[in-house]
Design a protein around this ligand. Structure first.
Ligand SMILES: [Zn+2]
Length: 632
């Protein structure tokens, strides 16, 4: 039941070095990934007979490393002919062309694919049957038949790759869940007919310059329970609009799953965008035969990640902090033996302690105890080195908050947000990622009020690791889509305070849904409330994401305290809080409660619920968020 870690890419367009550079970085921060699947045109626009210039040869002969085993379609474009000959000659197992049309098992996943696009013919009546030749710029009727037959025989298709978007995919979905940049809603009717018949769990296409992860849709119930499909449209590698071209998934192959018909409609799941457009018009005689088949489908429970067993301390070892190191960012699949083998270079390892958090997930940090204190010094020298593709952060177990460097990442005793602490309120946790988690706020202003929190004890978003911050951004964007499905907009704030107590602040972002009408007034409300409290906000540069957005924030606040507001639409306001300046801790709550039309809920105490009510609220939010959960 191990999940495969899959990267999906939009059209490479000949930018192979750029693609692999990005994939290598993602593989390092969030990997290792098992496979990279590329949709859309792989080579640059141009003449197939030309020389290709993607540096493909360097990856084929091994002079440059291919970060993740790569499978592509779209074998057309500049220099495609020579490149494909070189690929065939190299017989590489790192870069593979899937083929024109069919189904293959890749990394245990069942992958269907159709290369090329439909040749636009002037009479528009039917596909032109092309003579087979080396080019897969266009598909023909045989190709389409081949995909359909192979997919029928294969049963459950995990991923379906096409160059073209399917016709109608943007229908049957609230318009506010469509990407703003999407203006052209056309698509291929052939591809939508295939998607209707293939019923892939994920359908990936790359013919439009936007990123679009559609709400899941239900396939027709053939008598044994229907299952959901998800469509992901990806933009081209290195596109100027900074649209997302790479998407990560953790996917358990359908073939490994227990028999469990998925009869329950997931929250937020829409009707099939194809049923009316395609299915209503003609009967799929072949589809009826699929009714015999039992659909093995994903269990409703969270997929169990492929994690090592916890190390709970060896019997008879007396704890000695002087001989112990604290290690952070440990690979989840590293077993106790792997850790012992790695640290044996510093001295004899006598104990390994790495527990589970309250949700039963292996902690990303742990403690290694050596036989001697001198080994600790040697081990600290290894900080920054990689183990199984993850960069380790190593410190002595005795380092404290009184050290010059602020202590970050270590669990702090008594901290509410450190999940490993016994007093952490895990009953409110709605989703746990690799490095962040999401919890319903204790004292939620509105039912969809949640906190985004790093699993480890970092003081603010500026000090998170890049991968942790990226995951927080992914949660934010998933929340935005989730709220949008309810006709609401997202507003968020972060208040960073340098508490002097041991350990200091544990970073958390308050995220809430407010009605669209209120969203329009949000900026004005924050600015006028600030003015009433004799301070003002600075607007951060618009449209930045990832590290650029953090640099913009850092430029304003340095390492000081701050209040950051994320407005509907993503614009950000910040106020650096100077020493001695007093701003009510409840400022963010006050403004948002007012905006949401529930001003008396600004006071945390009026929102407190009984544990049973809290539990109910958390379960309700979990169900609502499930279709959008980045960890699904
Ligand atoms: Zn903490």
């Amino acid at each position: 039941m191990a999940a495969r870690k899959v990267l999906l890419s939009g059209p490479c367009h000949g930018k192979l070095s750029a693609l692999f550079k990005r994939v290598a970085a993602v593989n390092k921060s969030n990997g290792p990934f098992d496979v990279l699947l590329c949709s859309g045109q792989f080579f640059a626009a141009g003449d197939e007979a030309d020389q290709e210039d993607t540096e493909l040869q360097a990856y084929l002969d091994g002079s440059k490393p291919v970060p993740v085993p790569t499978y592509f379609i779209g074998a057309h474009g500049k220099g495609a002919r020579k490149a494909m000959q070189a690929l065939a000659a190299a017989n590489s197992d790192r870069i593979n062309y899937l083929g024109r049309a069919g189904v293959q098992t890749v990394a245990g996943l069942t992958v269907a694919y159709l290369d090329g696009s439909q040749l636009a013919v002037s009479d528009g009546q039917k596909l032109l049957s092309l003579q087979y030749n080396d080019s897969c710029l266009y598909y023909n009727e045989d190709d389409v038949r081949r995909v359909k037959a192979a997919a029928d025989a294969a049963g459950d298709v995990d991923v379906f790759l096409t160059c073209e978007w399917p016709e109608g995919i943007t229908s049957a979905v609230p318009s506010n869940t469509l990407p703003e940049a999407l203006t052209d809603h056309s698509g291929s009717k052939t591809v939508s007919e295939l998607a209707l018949s293939v019923r892939p769990r994920y359908h990936v296409a790359g013919s439009k310059p936007v990123f679009f992860a559609r709400l899941p849709y239900m396939n027709r119930d053939l008598g044994v329970g229907a299952h959901a499909s998800r469509f992901v449209g990806l933009a081209a590698v290195g596109n100027a609009d900074k649209q997302k071209s790479l998407h990560a998934l953790a996917l358990v192959p359908a073939a490994d799953m227990v028999l469990a018909a998925l009869t329950q409609k997931p929250e937020g799941c829409t009707a099939s965008p194809y049923e009316n457009a395609v299915g209503g018009k003609r009967q799929h005689a072949e589809d009826e035969n699929l009714g015999e088949q039992s659909w093995r489908w994903q269990d409703n429970k969270r997929q169990k990640p492929n994690h090592a067993a916890p190390s709970l301390g060896r019997p008879g070892v007396v704890k000695d902090d002087k001989c112990t190191i604290y290690v952070k960012n440990l690979p989840f699949r590293a077993e106790e033996g792997d850790l012992e083998a790695f640290f044996a270079q510093c001295g004899k390892v006598v104990d390994v302690r790495r527990g589970l958090n309250a949700e039963g997930k292996l902690n990303g940090f742990g403690f290694i105890q050596f036989a001697t204190a001198s080994a600790v010094e040697r081990a600290c020298q290894l900080s920054g080195q990689e183990l199984m593709g993850r960069e380790l952060y190593i410190d002595t177990a005795t380092a404290t908050a009184s050290d010059r460097q602020p202590v970050i990442g270590k669990p702090v005793e008594g901290c509410w947000f450190c999940l490993s602490n016994p007093n952490a309120d895990t009953s409110l946790v709605a989703s746990i990622g690799e490095e962040c988690y999401m919890a319903v706020d204790k004292g939620a202003i509105t039912p969809m009020h949640v906190l985004l929190v790093p699993i480890e004890h970092y003081p603010n978003t500026l000090t998170l690791s890049a991968s942790c911050y990226a995951e927080m951004e992914r949660y934010l964007s998933a929340l935005q889509t989730c709220y949008a499905s309810q006709g609401m907009d997202l507003v968020a704030f972060e208040r960073y305070m340098k508490f002097l107590k041991t350990g200091g602040n544990h970073c958390h972002l308050n995220v809430m849904a407010i009605p669209t009408a209120a969203a329009a007034k949000a900026r004005q409300a924050f600015e006028s409330s600030a003015a009433a409290n004799s301070f003002s906000f600075t607007a951060l540069p618009a449209g930045t994401r990832g590290e650029a957005s953090r640099e913009a924030l850092r430029a304003e606040v340095g390492d000081g305290e701050y209040l950051l507001i994320v407005l509907p639409g993503g614009a950000r306001l910040v106020h650096p809080i100077s020493r001695g300046e007093r701003i009510a801790v409840s400022f963010g709550r006050q403004v948002i409660a007012e905006l949401a039309g529930v001003p008396d809920r600004a006071d945390w105490k009026t929102c407190a619920l009984s544990p049973e009510e809290e539990q109910k609220q958390t379960e309700a939010f979990k169900a609502l968020f499930k279709p959008y959960d980045i960890m699904q």
